[in-house]
Design a binder for this molecule. Structure first.
Ligand code: ADP
Ligand code: MG
Length: 471
């Protein structure tokens, strides 16, 4: 179909004009200009791009669908664009000459990103799983090896190993990734019905089904799953009706040995306004936590991401990112994306100076934020559903005492306040009270991993709260 070639060229020409008229010429140069036409078969057009990163960006930024629409406009046919990754030879030579170990997988030079098994693709679409989230792409470190192994055991033996499995930890630490890895593994190894849903979507869908009088359909859908993955269950707090429905769904699946996996941003014991019978279901089976990755793990994650993108950046730049972006894996990835985008734009390796320049904003905010006791007290109070006044005031009930001690501990960890100053911030308490609280928390977290991860989550919330205010 030589004529498709002509359609393609015309489409790209017109897309370029559109982008220029729309003052998006830079977008065109950055992304679309990197596409090379290879051939067409029927209504599929095969093109190549220099990396998976470019392909993902073309999709995510809507350029791919824009071109497909343009093709439809011109030809009257619905064409589908399929990408192949062709690593640029010139660039690879530079990478290999670098004295760092070469970790590029040689067999990956041309990689078809198309999934050939349509059946699997269909199942995957139905399950709403993110397909890149696999066990293979997950880097194992001290912070996550227990969770990883538990998830793998569940994937290999669903419904039998640990049921339910609950993975908890702060934002951006890999909960969704591990959960989807279980789903993807089960899809690839058998004819299992996997459903992935966020607690928020589950809730909305349930409420809609009540309104539309289709609750039976809703029940059938979730109770027929072999593997039900519900992400971010902290969303169920205060949702009484949905909790009730979930309770029954849980029982139906559990009794027939179907696997259930949950994720949550905190330990179950910290969830508020949750029916006891549901809480006890969440705590049954196995609860595992994800904590912050160490420097070594951060570095390994960056290296793995680079391999999967077919990219390489110099070792001192990787080091710089790993050392300075410690908040979570998501931030680590976005720092890397920024550097890669730069590399792709200028077509040569990023130096340490450029990396420092490019990431200055991100890193400064992380390091130099001056966090005060006020912020910490507010974040801790919010987390426990208390007011700032409760924390600072005289109340001595257990539900206020613990959050107060935690807040004092975090202030002592994150600020330079003396114990006398901390006492002052907490309604004029004596410095010995502060010393006692701080020591008590420091001792407790050594033996109480639930408390330890709660404090980690709070510290992260404090930093995020501060960043958010600065933006
Ligand atoms: P959460 O659900 O805990 O907020 P995600 O699962 O969405 O976090 O992870 C955030 C990003 O970090 C994702 O792109 C994920 O692939 C990546 N990620 C997290 N942990 C790891 C890891 N150990 N190895 C590789 N990538 C990771
Ligand atoms: Mg998530």
């Amino acid at each position: 179909m030589a004529i498709v070639n002509v359609f393609w060229e015309e489409a790209i020409k017109q897309v370029k004009e559109d982008y220029i008229n729309d003052s998006r010429e830079e977008d065109f140069q950055w992304w679309i200009a990197k596409i090379n036409f290879i051939e067409s078969q029927g209504t599929t057009i095969y093109v190549s791009v220099p990396s998976k990163f470019v392909k993902d960006q073309l999709d995510a930024r809507g350029h791919t669908s824009y071109i497909e629409n343009k093709l439809l406009e011109i030809s009257g046919d619905k064409f589908k664009i399929e990408f192949k990754i062709e690593v640029n030879q010139e660039q690879r030579k530079i990478e290999i000459e670098d004295d760092e170990p070469v970790i590029i997988n040689q067999t990956k030079e041309v990689q078809n990103t198309d999934i050939s098994n349509t059946n699997n693709t269909e199942n995957r679409k139905k399950s709403r799983l993110e397909e890149d989230y696999s066990f293979n792409s997950f880097v194992i470190g001290d912070n996550n090896s227990f969770a990883y192994n538990a998830a793998l055991a569940v994937a290999k033996n669903p419904g039998r190993a640990y049921n339910p499995l609950l993975i908890y930890g702060g934002v951006g630490l890999g909960k969704t990734h591990l959960m989807c890895a279980i789903g993807n593994h089960c899809l690839a190894n058998g004819d299992k019905k996997v459903i992935y849903v966020t607690a928020e979507d589950f809730t909305n869908e349930f409420i809609e089904s009540v309104g539309a009088k289709t609750t039976q359909k809703f029940k059938n859908k979730y109770r027929n799953a072999d593997i039900l993955l519900i992400d971010d269950i902290h969303f169920f707090q205060n949702k009484d009706g949905t909790q009730e429905e979930l309770f029954h769904t849980f029982n139906a699946l559990y009794d027939s040995f179907k696997q259930i996996v949950f994720t949550c941003d905190r330990p179950v014991s910290e969830l508020k306004n949750l029916a006891d019978r549901l809480r006890s279901r969440f705590e049954r089976g196995l609860n595992v936590d994800l904590s912050l990755p160490s420097y070594e793990t951060r570095r390994a994650i960056l290296e793995k991401k680079l391999v999967s993108m077919g990219m390489q950046i110099s070792s001192d730049v990787i080091d710089y990112i790993a050392q300075n972006v410690a908040s979570n894996v998501r931030d680590l990835e976005s720092a890397l994306t920024k550097i890669i985008a730069y590399t792709e734009l200028v077509g040569k390796e990023v130096t340490l100076e450029i990396a420092q320049q490019e990431l200055r904003d991100k890193i400064n905010i992380q390091q130099n934020t001056n966090i005060g006791a006020e912020t910490i007290i507010k974040v801790v109070a919010d987390y426990y559903g208390l007011s700032v006044k409760d924390i600072k005031g005289p109340k001595r009930s257990k539900n206020v005492m613990l959050p107060r001690q935690i807040a004092m501990y975090i202030v002592s960890e994150l600020t330079e306040y003396s114990t006398t100053e901390i006492g002052g911030e907490f309604g004029g308490r004596d410095h010995t009270t502060v010393m006692h609280s701080v020591k008590k928390m420091a001792d407790s977290i050594k033996v109480d991993s639930g408390l330890d991860s709660t404090i980690q989550i709070l510290i992260k919330n404090v930093k995020e709260y501060k960043n958010w205010q600065l933006v």
